[in-house]
Every structure is written in structure tokens, then in C-alpha cells.
Design a protein around this ligand. Structure first.
Ligand code: FPP
Length: 247
């Protein structure tokens, strides 16, 4: 309680298309510009000592976009893996992809697996890229695993509690997000980390993702530091706890 630096930041990177359209450029130019912000936020997270960063790169609903845009996004993920993984590794970043990757092109799936293997033992920053991810999908796959464990006889249905569900969600080994950021002006969760963000502080900014640089990220972190997180307690209780040793 009372931490000023979040342990885990989750970000919906929204507004690439509108950033480009404002400049009379194709939407895809906005996605390319968005990669710079990804790098800026990853680097700043390492500097700030943040343990985990989860970025929403492609939702399960994004398949409904024009084919050409989907192809460009897949190409961009692939290119970025090619160009950036070594540097991430050298900086102690562990990369993982959350979501159902089976729908991605084979070459992308292979690259993801290679990047995950290469960085598997890194501990400076846990970087999760949510791709073909949906919070309901995540909870559903956890439910499927619970049912399978019950059928296999290794789990008693009466013993299913929140911990049992949580343990089967993706990224269960990480702390839950403390700070949930969305760029681009919309104030929605859009099916991102629904269970995991139950107690996250929400931060919305009108900046489009390509304009979300280190300074903008630092503002979001400063805003987080100013919040009083109560987890259902009263403000007085929190103040008392803060005064206790270890509080
Ligand atoms: C939302 O903007 C953004 C996306 C659907 C894709 C995010 C991808 C990147 C930032 C590029 C690369 C990422 C990685 C991890 C290498 P939008 O297209 O919905 O924008 P709009 O709301 O203005 O249309």
C-alpha cells in the first residue's frame, strides 16, 4: 500500500489512426509512429524500476479491421521483434505475448517463441504484449482449465476460490496492474485485463499514442503517485496503516 511507483502498468495504446488522419496520412503511418512510443515507455519503465508493463497491441476485435491494416500490424510486430529483441535482452527485459497467438502467421509465432525463449530468465522488466487478447477470453480459458483440472481429479470444485481462478489467468505470476493507462481520449476498458485490473488506478489522456512520450508517461506516473489507494478501507484506516512499521 502507499507505493509511489506502480509495480505493474497496463496500457491501451489508442489513437494511432487518428494521429495519422490528423496529418492526412494513412492510418498505418500512425502505427509505425506508435512503435517509438512503445520504445519510450519501455525504456522509461526500466529507468523507473517498474516491474511489469503490459501493452495492448491487438485485441480480439481488431480482426474486423481492413485486411491491409491487419497485414501491416503483423508486419510491424515482426519487424519490431527483429529489430528490438536483442536490445531488450541486453537491458534485462523479459518479453512475453499474452493472448491466442494461434491465429498469427507462422513466422510471427516462431519469432515470438524465440524472443520469449531468449529473454526467459530476464528480471529487470516483465514486458507483456497483449496480442489477439481479450479479458473475457482470458477468464474463459481460465474456466476451461479449472474444469479440466476438476475432471482430471486434481481439483475439488468446492475448493475453487479467487486464487484458483487467478492462478490460471495469463501473467498470473506477476503483480496485478496498479496503474491502467489509456491514450486517445476514450474512457473504456475495452476488454483489457478485466480480472487483473479490479483495483487498478485508471488514467485517461487525450494524447494519441504516437504523442505519448517519456514526459507524458512521467505525468501519468506522477498522477498515480498522488492517488490514495484504499482497497475498500477508509482513508483513516489507510493513514493508520501507513504509520505502522512496514505500512
Ligand atoms: C490503436 O490505435 C492501436 C493499435 C490497434 C495497434 C497498436 C500497435 C502499435 C503501437 C504498433 C506496434 C506495437 C508493438 C508492440 C511493436 P487505433 O488504430 O485504434 O487508433 P484510432 O482509435 O485513432 O483509430
Amino acid at each position: 500500500m502507499g507505493r509511489t511507483v506502480p509495480r505493474h502498468v497496463a496500457i491501451i495504446m489508442d489513437g494511432n489512426g487518428r494521429w495519422a488522419q490528423q496529418r492526412r496520412l494513412p492510418r498505418t503511418v500512425g502505427h509505425r509512429a506508435g512503435v517509438k512510443s512503445v520504445r519510450a515507455v519501455v525504456e522509461e519503465s526500466v529507468r523507473q524500476g517498474i516491474e511489469a508493463l503490459t501493452l495492448f497491441a491487438f485485441s480480439s476485435e481488431n480482426w474486423r479491421r481492413p485486411q491491409a491494416e491487419i497485414r501491416l500490424l503483423m508486419e510491424l510486430f515482426l519487424q519490431t521483434l527483429r529489430s528490438d529483441v536483442r536490445q531488450l535482452h541486453e537491458n534485462g527485459v523479459r518479453l512475453r505475448v499474452l493472448g491466442d497467438r494461434s491465429a498469427f502467421p507462422d513466422v510471427l509465432q516462431r519469432r515470438i517463441a524465440e524472443a520469449e525463449d531468449l529473454t526467459a530468465n530476464n528480471e529487470t522488466l516483465q514486458l507483456q504484449i497483449a496480442a489477439n487478447y481479450g479479458g473475457r477470453w482470458d477468464i474463459t480459458q481460465a474456466a476451461r482449465r479449472l474444469a479440466a483440472d476438476c475432471v482430471a481429479g486434481c481439483l475439488d470444485p468446492n475448493a475453487i476460490d479467487e486464487n484458483a481462478v487467478r492462478a490460471r489467468l495469463t501473467g498470473a505470476d506477476l503483480p496485478e496492474p496498479d496503474l491502467f493507462v489509456r491514450t486517445g481520449g476514450e474512457k473504456r476498458l475495452s476488454n483489457f485485463l478485466l480480472w487483473q485490473s479490479a483495483y487498478a488506478e485508471l488514467y485517461f489522456t487525450h494524447l494519441f499514442w504516437p504523442d505519448f512520450d517519456e514526459d507524458a508517461y512521467r505525468l501519468a506516473l506522477a498522477d498515480f503517485a498522488s492517488r490514495q489507494r484504499r482497497f475498500g478501507l477508509t482513508g483513516d484506516q489507510i493513514s493508520t496503516l501507513a504509520g505502522c512499521v512496514g505500512g
